[in-house]
Design a protein around this ligand. Structure first.
Ligand code: FES
Length: 604
């Protein structure tokens, strides 16, 4: 017969049920201090477990006990009855409780000491969630960790380490989503921070499921290699798709303690030696890898950045795509500007040198017609305008912001009569342009100009998707005087029905016109995003839009509005979904809070 732990005082135990009654029925459901307990008489012993199945809350008192195993009847999870450990990791372990028999009555301690403090327990469960690709356990872990006061950087670091180690094909959509979710943490409300973490974790787990692990190519034994030589070797290896060589160069550059800006230069060089790699995904992945390190710890740079090598060396190169060659040879335009070849930079260096600009000079300001040119249908004029801007002293950051703005406009003006899949086309360009912009803020590498030109020509290639352009409301056009909170609620409601794309954009404009705070709007859009089964591109789109809106200066308010109008339209086009992930999240939250889900226990 199980007895109470010697250290536990009598006062911790409460009477639960008479032993005679229990032995007659074999099981009893009682509630002590609000805790629902399933108490079993089995093989001459008494055992108590939490009545809520840790999987989805089914009453375990209705389960089967046989041969020391308790089986839940809903999805048939099995638990070792005396300790509560599960045979089925997707279900989680069930809490057990010490029991004591006194004078024919079963006493139970409903508040035993936990084996592990909550932070440690949920950190361990997160590892299981990642290893076994368990969505419910991921949700419970995200909620449990943040409720335990753990800083999100910790589980994010664990998830990045898992994602980079257990995916031979390297950095993919899962880790990119995790990076997007990390960036959204400051934009959303506290409950949605948990949803964001859960979203990132489950996508990384899903991305790694069934994948072979990655085996490292270590850094060279020597770190006595100049940066320029390592950069040149790295580019050469990427050029011939030599993953092992490229990884050793990249790891050596990190091991040699070259600065984060220098490592960013090396990566952006490799990622722009050919235009618009894999529809922009490669540079976008690289940007997210750097952002993840900036949010967590540069200490993990070697492993994290090594995961970029595989997507780099396997990338589709847009100079090999017919759309970049015909009817106008866009690649030839780039080659002329870069210095004779897409891998060159000498032409760009000459343009920058011609400006003679110094740090004390006035910042470059864009010509009034630059956006019109970028959104026009003359690729030569686009390339000339960008080249002239460099000659006039425009930095990579200046020009990447201009191209990102044009790319956001393409999304904001996307015509709903287009094929639905073309939302991805304009999204890819926008996401890429945002990544170039972010790289320009971390390194002044001349290669970043190539990202600017490549992005601008992708904006050009997307021009027919704005035919006719959906109108972007001008500031003041929707000043209805309504309460901005009511307007943003209206934005959320457009995601509940189909066909509300243009209304979503209009409401965002109205929100601004009515004096709403962009931070409130971001919170609402973030909530709208995280309650849906949003896909990779949708998650990327919102995060990029938030970053671009934030980077826009106050003097150019339309620059803040357009990315948010664009992403609200994008969301409205893709929502509503079945909200299955949210259903799992809701169950996890209720289970973690100890809420009754199915049973009605007798209260003692
Ligand atoms: S196995 Fe018990 S609720 Fe699913």
């Amino acid at each position: 017969m199980a007895t109470a732990d010697d250290n536990q005082s009598d006062t911790e135990f409460s009477p639960a049920v008479s032993l005679e009654a229990l032995e007659e029925t074999g099981r009893e459901l009682v509630s002590i201090d609000g805790t629902p307990l399933a108490i079993f008489a089995h093989e001459g012993e008494v055992k108590a477990v939490n009545n809520r199945c840790p999987h989805m809350g089914f009453p375990l008192v209705e389960g089967t006990v046989d041969d020391g195993i308790l089986t839940c009847h809903w999805h048939h999870a099995r638990f070792e009855l005396s300790c509560g450990d599960t045979f089925d990791p997707w279900a989680d372990d069930v809490q057990t409780y010490p029991v004591e028999i006194r004078d024919g009555t079963v006493y139970v301690n409903p508040n035993p000491e936990r084996d592990l403090p909550p932070a440690e327990h949920w950190a361990t469960r997160l590892e299981t969630a990642l290893e076994e690709n368990l969505r419910l356990v991921a949700a419970k872990s995200a909620i449990g960790l943040l409720d335990a006061g753990v800083e999100p950087e910790e589980p994010i670091g664990t998830t990045i380490a898992f994602g980079t180690q257990y995916r031979e094909s390297g950095w993919g959509s899962g880790l990119t989503i995790l990076g997007c979710m990390t960036n959204l943490l400051d934009d959303v409300d506290p409950e949605d921070r948990k949803r964001a973490l859960y979203t990132g974790m489950r996508h990384v787990a899903d991305d790694c499921a069934g994948e072979p692990p990655s085996f490292d190519q270590p850094a060279f034994d020597t770190t006595e290699v100049t940066f320029s030589r390592l950069k040149s070797w790295f580019r050469d290896c990427v050029e011939v798709r030599d993953a092992d060589g490229a990884e050793r160069c990249l790891r050596t550059a990190v091991a040699a303690d070259y600065s984060a800006a220098e490592i960013a230069e090396l990566v952006v060089a490799g990622a722009t030696d050919h235009p618009y790699l894999s529809n922009g995904h490669v540079l976008d992945f690289a940007n997210k890898a750097f952002e993840s390190l900036e949010e967590t710890d540069w200490e993990h740079a070697e492993t994290t950045l090594a995961a970029l090598v595989e997507p780099l060396v396997t990338a589709a190169r847009s100079d090999e795509r017919s759309s970049w060659r015909q009817p106008i040879d866009l690649v030839a335009l780039l080659e002329d500007t870069y210095g004779g070849n897409v891998t060159e930079t000498s032409g760009l260096e000459s343009l920058a040198a011609a400006s003679g600009k110094t740090d004390t000079d006035e910042p470059w300001t864009p010509p009034a017609d630059l956006q019109e040119t970028l959104l026009g249908d003359d690729p030569e004029a686009i390339v000339d305008a960008l080249a002239e801007a460099i000659r006039q002293g425009a930095t990579t950051e200046d020009l990447s912001a201009e191209v990102a703005s044009a790319a956001a406009t393409r999304v904001a003006q996307f015509g709903t009569a287009n094929e639905f899949s073309d939302w991805n086309t304009v999204h890819h360009t926008f996401s890429y342009a945002n990544a170039v912009h972010q790289f320009a803020r971390r390194t002044d590498a001349v290669e970043t100009y190539r990202g600017v030109f490549d992005g601008a020509l992708s904006v050009y290639l997307d021009r027919f998707l704005n035919t006719p352009p959906a109108p972007i409301p001008t500031p003041g056009e929707n000043d209805t005087g309504r309460d901005p909170d009511a307007v943003r609620q209206g934005v959320l409601e457009t995601f509940d029905a189909e066909g509300e794309v243009n209304e979503a954009g209009r409401l965002v404009a109205e929100f601004f016109d009515c004096g709403g705070d962009p931070a409130d709007l971001r919170q609402t859009l973030g909530h709208g995003l995280l309650r849906e089964d949003a896909g990779f591109h949708t998650l990327q789109n919102v995060e990029a839009a938030f970053r671009q809106a934030e980077l826009a200066t106050d003097e150019r308010e339309q620059r803040q509005r357009v990315p948010l109008i664009a992403t609200a339209r994008y969301l409205a086009a893709h929502f509503p979904t079945r909200r299955e992930a949210e259903q799992t999240y809701t169950i996890a939250a209720r289970l973690n809070r100890g809420e009754a889900i199915h049973e009605a226990a007798k209260s003692n």
